[in-house]
Write a protein that binds this ligand. Structure first.
Ligand code: SAH
Ligand code: SF4
Ligand code: F3S
Length: 451
């Protein structure tokens, strides 16, 4: 058995892709390892979204080169592959900067990995694949073998046509593409048969999903969710990431009508200032976003909201930043991610004149994160004392403990619940920790197991 070490950076689409690359290489005799020094093949599945993310790859490659050299001195061999968005964005430059790299494969070409490995074995030298055949990729992948993970990811949509002025994704992932409904349904059924109880539908702009349906019509994400909710044993559905511009009435209604659809929505707004939203090419105003939030809350009053924010976008003034804080106060988030603007080569905003100094960005990030984390604490505290259904996903750090998630995606630790992994069980929330909750079973374990 050869050993495969994959290190994943970036978003959940990369997590999904890493799992699919492992599926793809399993028939070639590669089994997973957590130890890069014993790996025959190392794949870094990379992210290009911010400068720091991209630069990290080169230091990691430096470390991998040392392991490769050591292995070669001992008479062995190691293949190093760079996959993901840095591979797509920088391509041959990676081979030039780090000669220990053997393969560079973009996110739409990784189904070609077996071919590339064979070519390398024939001594044909470095291999580079950065084409964009998204359709061919999904057709060429083997069955999703996510093991028995209770909560699985399933990519239904890829790429982005929005071209926000700060973002590399339209360039690294290509234009929007939706997988056919029946292909998605078959993959979801397979995941459920292997033990998944929850499936998160992934897409860079997942609510822009327009997939060919079995009736020859184009289906929306809400229609897809309606169909998947019929799958026996599939108890929870989630989706991410959504764009405010693509939100359909039917998707909002699905949060009222589809029981399996969890009350959680990641809806990035980026900024609360209209001039900044305009400069970002987000194609909506702060008011548009607030109206959308109202409509979701009307459909599903307990829905937990999450967002992404960028501070220090070029030209952002104190007043613009204040508008972001006001929007946050108006919404009340359960959870959020916030970032300092990072100028990305080739994006329109990188060429803007009024770049914001780093100390200003730092101060704004700190202020925003303080507000967001207070909101998160308030949301979590509001759950104390409640009984919530928890899908147990994996063992906790302590013996016998299991970690699961609430419908609102908060992690919950429960002692003595290890035998409940893969099941949804009622838990009373007893304590709120910094980033998670602590709970207890509402019934004795034997009773739960007998049920
Ligand atoms: N498709 C999603 C987000 C993809 S990238 C959406 O439409 O929102 C994830 C997050 O990274 C973005 O929401 C944004 O907040 C952040 N991001 C993207 N480009 C960035 C940049 N150049 N600098 C800082 N943060 C960035
Ligand atoms: Fe990037 Fe904007 Fe597309 Fe999201 S919608 S991936 S932020 S360009
Ligand atoms: Fe990063 Fe590419 Fe995802 S740039 S955030 S890995 S789409």
């Amino acid at each position: 058995m050869k050993k495969l070490f994959i290190k994943t950076y970036g978003c959940q689409m990369n997590v999904y892709d890493s799992a699919r690359m492992a599926d793809l290489l399993a028939p070639l005799g590669y089994g997973p390892t957590d130890a890069p020094d014993e790996a025959d093949m190392v794949i870094l599945n990379t992210c290009h979204i911010r400068e720091k993310a991209a630069e990290k790859i080169y230091s990691e490659l430096g470390r991998m080169k040392k392991l490769k050299d050591a292995k070669q001195r001992a008479g062995g061999a190691m293949t190093i592959a760079v996959a993901g968005c840095v591979a797509q964005a920088e391509g041959a430059e990676i081979l030039a900067r780090q000669n220990a790299v053997d393969l560079v494969v973009g996110p739409q070409s990784y189904h070609r990995l077996p071919e590339m490995i064979a070519k390398l074995a024939r001594g044909a030298g470095h291999a580079l694949e950065t084409d964009f055949p998204a359709e061919a990729k999904f057709d060429a992948l083997p069955e999703n073998d996510a093991g028995a993970a209770p909560a699985a990811f399933l990519t239904v949509q890829e790429g982005c046509d929005k071209f926000c002025s700060f973002c590399v994704v339209p360039y690294t992932r290509g234009s929007e593409f939706s997988r056919p409904v029946m292909q998605v349904a078959a993959e979801a059924e397979g995941l459920v048969a292997k033990g998944a109880r929850e499936v998160t539908l992934l897409g860079q702009n997942v609510n822009a999903y327009r997939g060919p349906g079995p009736d020859g019509e184009i289906w929306s994400l809400a229609q897809l969710i309606g169909a998947l909710a019929q799958i026996e044993g599939l108890q929870r559905l989630r989706y991410m990431t959504s764009h405010p511009r693509d939100m359909g009435d039917d998707l909002i209604a699905a949060h009222r009508d589809v029981e399996a659809l969890m009350p959680y929505l990641h809806l990035p707004v980026q900024s609360g200032s209209d001039p900044i939203l305009h400069a970002m090419n987000r194609q909506h105003t702060a008011e548009d976003y607030l109206r959308l939030v109202e409509r979701f809350r009307a459909a599903r009053p307990d829905i937990a909201l999450s967002s992404d924010f960028i501070v220090g976008f070029p030209g952002e003034t104190d007043k613009d930043f204040e508008a972001t804080l006001s929007l946050v106060r108006a919404v009340g988030y359960a959870q959020a991610f916030s970032f300092k603007y990072s100028a990305r080569p080739g994006t329109p905003a990188a060429a803007a004149h009024k770049q914001v100094p780093d100390d200003v960005k730092n101060a704004r990030l700190q202020a925003l994160q303080a507000l967001l984390s207070a909101q998160q604490d308030a949301f979590n505290t509001g759950c104390a004392g409640r009984i919530l259904p928890i899908l147990f996903e994996k063992p906790g750090r302590k013996d016998g403990q299991a970690v699961g998630r609430t419908p609102y995606l908060q992690p919950v630790h429960v002692d003595g619940a290890a035998s409940l992994i893969g099941r949804i069980v009622d838990v009373r929330i007893e304590a709120v920790l910094s980033n998670s909750l602590k709970g207890v079973l509402t019934r004795p374990l034997e009773k739960v197991l007998a049920h």
